[in-house]
Design a protein around this ligand. Structure first.
Ligand code: GAR
Length: 210
C-alpha cells in the first residue's frame, strides 16, 4: 500500500472519503498523514478522530513560498510519504515542489476540466448555462488546474440550482471520484503520456455520471 499524505486547508470532506476508502485493506493506498496549512482547519479534528497522524505547516509562519514548501517537504519525508493528494488545499505550489512530486501529486477540482479552472466554479457554471457540471481528479502541473486528467464525474445542472445546491451535488460525486482516482494512481494504472493519462489494466472506468 502506497503511503499517502492528504493536504488540506478546510473542512476535509474529501479527505474523509479517502480515509474511509483506505480502511479497506485491499485499497492500494494508506493515508499516513494529513497536513494542513491552516491551524484551525476542521479537517484536522476529523483526521485525528479517525486515528490519522496530522501536522500543521502554517504558511503564515514562513517568510515565503519556498520556506513553506521546504517545511512541508520535511514533514512528508519524515513520514516516508510516496503520494500526495490535494483535497481542498488552497495554496498555489511552486514548480519546484511540483517537480519533486512529479507523477505522485494529484488534485480534485470542482468542475469538468478544462472548463472553469480556478475559483467559484459552481457560480461560473450557472452563469454559462452549462447542462452538465462535475469534478475532475488530475495530476498537478505548474499551470493551475491544467494537469493530465485521471477521472471525471458529471452531474446535471437543474433550472432552480444555486451555487450551493449545485456544489452539494458535485461534492457528492467528488467523494466517490477521489477514492477511485487515488486507487488508479496508487495501483500504477494511471500512466502519464504527454498531457493525457492512459489507463493500463484498470477495470473501473474512471467516469462517473450521477
Ligand atoms: C472541494 O469541493 C474541492 O473540489 C475544492 O474545495 C472543496 C474542498 O472541500 N477544491 C478546490 O477548489 C481546489 N482549487 P473539502 O475540504 O470538504 O474536501
Amino acid at each position: 500500500r502506497r503511503r499517502t499524505a492528504v493536504l488540506v486547508s478546510g473542512r476535509g470532506s474529501n479527505m474523509v472519503a479517502l480515509i474511509e476508502a483506505a480502511k479497506d485493506p485491499s485499497y492500494p493506498a494508506e493515508i499516513a498523514l494529513v497536513l494542513s496549512n491552516r491551524p484551525g482547519a476542521g479537517a484536522l479534528d476529523r483526521a485525528a478522530a479517525a486515528g490519522i497522524p496530522t501536522c500543521v505547516v502554517d504558511h503564515k509562519a514562513h517568510p515565503g513560498r519556498e520556506a513553506f514548501e521546504d517545511a512541508m517537504q520535511a514533514e512528508l519525508e519524515a513520514r516516508g510519504i510516496e503520494l500526495v493528494c490535494l483535497a481542498g488545499f488552497m495554496r498555489i505550489l511552486t514548480p519546484g515542489f511540483i517537480a519533486r512530486w512529479e507523477d505522485r501529486l494529484i488534485n480534485i477540482h470542482p468542475s469538468l476540466l478544462p472548463s472553469f479552472r480556478g475559483l467559484h466554479t459552481h457560480e461560473r457554471a450557472l452563469q454559462e448555462g452549462v447542462r452538465l457540471h462535475g469534478c475532475t481528479v488530475h495530476y498537478v502541473v505548474p499551470e493551475l488546474d491544467a494537469g493530465p486528467i485521471i477521472a471525471q464525474g458529471a452531474v446535471p445542472v437543474l433550472d432552480d440550482d444555486t451555487p450551493d445546491s449545485l456544489g452539494a451535488r458535485v461534492l457528492g460525486v467528488e467523494h466517490r471520484l477521489y477514492p477511485l482516482g487515488l486507487a488508479l494512481v496508487a495501483a500504477g494504472h494511471a500512466k502519464r503520456v504527454g498531457n493525457r493519462v492512459h489507463l493500463e489494466g484498470a477495470r473501473p472506468q474512471p467516469a462517473l455520471i450521477s
